[in-house]
Design a protein around this ligand. Structure first.
Ligand SMILES: NC(=O)c1ccc[n+]([C@@H]2O[C@H](COP(=O)([O-])OP(=O)(O)OC[C@H]3O[C@@H](n4cnc5c(N)ncnc54)[C@H](O)[C@@H]3O)[C@@H](O)[C@H]2O)c1
Ligand SMILES: O=P(O)(O)OC[C@@H](O)[C@@H](O)[C@H](O)[C@H](O)CO
Length: 488
């Protein structure tokens, strides 16, 4: 069978290169690049995307082997009806491999047509690396690469304030636009770049924070043969995502003209304040994902759909959201409840296999940013512990023991965190610590939580009691105990 590319697939369009995209991953392709395609089809946006890798990645070469083309499956409810559609996305014109073709990157910096810079480099990407240098080809960090790009643009256009860019980072961190600008400024000062450049960064460029929402499990390993037969091409870059999408961008009024999303059917909103969108999405959707993962996985389930459809785990997730997450932050209760209902329907999407193990990547930092705020707010408001969230925290600690029954779990987290858990669980297995001491040590470990969780009244006792139950009866039966149900 032929590979998908611009020779084998003739029905493609070409557009001027208006967007530089840091990241070749599944999410950006299934979300941003699809939106650019919709803009090209429905408006006079007329722009394509050039992709560079934020770190080393062989996906850029794969992208170029297919001339930027890939198939996107969107599966789920659209306007209340189940829809399963697929399309070839042609909005990416090419990828630039920064290790071999850095000159092309500099050439793009001097391009008249370029206007937007978009990124998604995970929660770990917007960082300052003091070892990066302007003359590196390329710099190690994403903001280092970006600063070098902007500096070349500044020089190429002689500091023209009309030649700046609109930057829209998609990383799931608070104030991603502000943080990115801060790191760029830090590089400018670290590299002793002209003060005119610093002024140009501020005046000519617009850093817009944004919040993205679409579940994109990525490459469909389970159904690849069936999908390949359906599309009639070999496509190494197939992406599967849900129909639902929201992109909230905090930007100036003028952005509405430059990114003409109105009237396209895209759920892309240009807003003054992202905070309410961000809080509800991160606490309810991402929080529920992260909280359910160890509970459901250790109860023998593998996907989000299985988890929400399981009578016990499903109830646990629903009640966790309704009773322990939603009441922890400001917002219209009716609207938040509707949002939560939609999230649960999205979780139950029968078309999509969203593996708990893929969500489990870096679970400790995810629990810290997505669930700990709800736990702390609940304790402050109620002067008692949220029992389901505490159960989830306990099962997360149990998950980091690295076993489901007798089978090892492929834990994915920072090496330092994995070493910490390996050591403490080894001490447990050697009878050097019991549940209570183990809970105390884990909860008080600053490098996990950046605070002392053991100081929360009753938490060490609650977690150690849960751990004992999990050890004696298994996670599913421990959950039944939590509900006071008899063990079957
Ligand atoms: N997949 C989804 O459903 C979804 C939805 C919304 C948001 N996101 C966000 O997208 C990110 C994951 O993206 P994906 O699902 O496309 O996965 P992916 O593995 O396909 O892509 C991850 C991208 O991040 C880059 N990256 C990873 N670590 C980095 C680092 N330390 N510095 C710079 N770049 C780094 C990789 O090079 C790659 O381009 C997560 O941060 C997630 O919160 C994902
Ligand atoms: O992508 P991660 O690994 O940061 O988080 C896992 C999921 O919670 C996440 O991908 C959601 O599906 C997504 O944020 C929905 O918009």
């Amino acid at each position: 069978m032929q590979r998908l590319n611009r020779t084998t697939y003739k029905n493609y369009n070409t557009y001027p290169e208006k967007i530089l995209q840091f990241g070749e991953g599944n999410f950006l392709r299934g979300f941003v690049d699809w939106q650019i395609q919709v803009l090209n089809e429905k408006t006079d946006f007329n722009g394509s995307v050039v992709v560079v890798q934020p770190r080393g990645s062989e996906k850029i070469d794969r992208l170029n082997r297919q001339d930027g083309l890939f198939t996107l499956y969107l599966q789920g409810l659209k306007d209340g009806k189940p829809v399963n559609e697929h399309m070839v996305i042609d909005s990416i014109s090419r990828g630039i491999n920064l290790f071999t073709d850095y000159q092309d990157y500099l050439k793009l910096a001097a391009s008249d047509e370029l206007r937007f810079i978009i990124s998604n480099t995970t929660e770990a990407g917007i960082v300052f690396d003091p070892d990066d240098k302007l003359e590196d080809r390329p710099q190690r960090s994403f903001p280092g690469k970006l600063t070098a790009f902007l500096y070349h643009r500044f020089l190429a256009f002689d500091g023209d304030v009309n030649r700046g860019c609109i930057l829209i980072p998609c990383e799931l961190i608070e104030d991603n636009g502000g943080k990115l600008m801060e790191v760029v400024q830090k590089y400018a000062s670290h590299w002793n770049l002209d003060s005119e450049f610093t002024a140009w960064i501020n005046q000519a460029n617009t850093f817009c924070s944004s919040l993205v929402d679409r579940i994109v499990p990525g490459y469909p390993t389970d159904s690849i043969e069936e999908k390949t037969a359906e599309i009639g091409f070999q496509d190494e870059l197939i992406v599967v995502g849900e129909q639902y999408h929201l992109w909230a961008i905090e930007g100036p009024e003028s952005l509405k003209q430059e990114l003409p999303v109105a009237g396209t059917g895209l759920n892309t909103l240009i807003v003054d304040d992202l905070t309410p969108f961000r809080t509800r999405k991160v606490r309810i959707l991402n929080g529920a994902h992260t909280a359910m993962t160890p509970v459901a996985y250790l109860s023998g389930l593998d996907t989000v759909e299985e988890a929400v459809n399981d009578p016990e785990i499903g109830l646990f997730i629903k009640e966790l959201i309704a009773e322990e997450i939603i009441p922890t932050f400001e917002g219209d209760l009716e609207e938040l409840t509707l949002f939560a209902g939609d999230v649960l329907n999205r979780f139950a999407n029968p078309f999509i296999k969203h593996y708990l193990m893929s969500i489990s990547l870096n679970s400790i930092s995810k629990f810290k940013t997505r669930n700990l705020p709800a736990l702390l707010d609940y304790v402050e408001k109620n002067e008692s512990l949220p029992k389901r969230m505490v159960f989830s925290l306990s099962s997360l600690i149990y998950f980091y023991r690295g076993k489901r029954g007798e089978k090892p779990i492929q834990l994915q987290d920072q090496p330092e965190i994995l070493r910490f858990f390996q050591a403490i669980w080894q001490q447990y297995e050697d009878y050097l610590v019991e549940e209570k001491e183990l809970a105390e040590k884990v909860l008080s470990e600053q490098k996990l939580w950046e605070m002392d969780l053991a100081s929360i009244p009753g938490l060490v006792d609650a977690v150690s009691a849960n751990l004992l139950q999990m050890e004696q009866k298994g996670v599913r039966n421990a959950l039944k105990e939590l509900y006071g149900t008899s063990i079957r």
